[in-house]
Design a binder for this molecule. Structure first.
Ligand code: ZN
Ligand code: ZN
Length: 117
């Protein structure tokens, strides 16, 4: 379980599981467990997917600005790119048994703070 996601560039907290439980999903749309039950997909190694029903307000505004099609997600503080969304293509996971959740953040652009237990 991730407690917090921070922008790697400005180090501000942009997503917080404390407020939104089950926000973070793996490539098969299951909540990210600890230890995570991972698909061997490339997408999952480099991305964290977000539950579209629990998206924070700033992400919804970005998606609405693109009329729920596709676009980039930028950090709300420093505007560097941290992910993207695609409600059009219906991309599949590389094991091709599942459609990927439409919104993701890129692991290399963020800092993941894990629950310390
Ligand atoms: Zn930032
Ligand atoms: Zn898969």
């Amino acid at each position: 379980m991730y407690r917090d996601i921070k922008c790697k560039k400005c180090r501000k907290s942009i997503l917080n599981e404390g407020q939104t439980k089950d926000l973070f999903l793996n490539a098969h749309s299951s909540p990210v467990a600890s230890p995570p039950e991972e698909c061997a997909s490339v997408q999952e190694q480099s991305n964290i997917f977000l539950n579209e029903e629990l998206l924070p307000h700033w992400i919804i505004l970005r998606i609405e600005a693109e009329k729920w099609s596709r676009g980039k997600l930028n950090c709300p503080y420093c505007d560097s790119k941290i992910g993207s969304f695609d409600f059009v293509s219906g991309l599949k996971c590389s094991c091709s048994s599942n459609f990927l959740p439409p919104v993701h953040v890129i692991k290399s652009k963020i800092d993941l703070i894990r629950e310390s237990t």
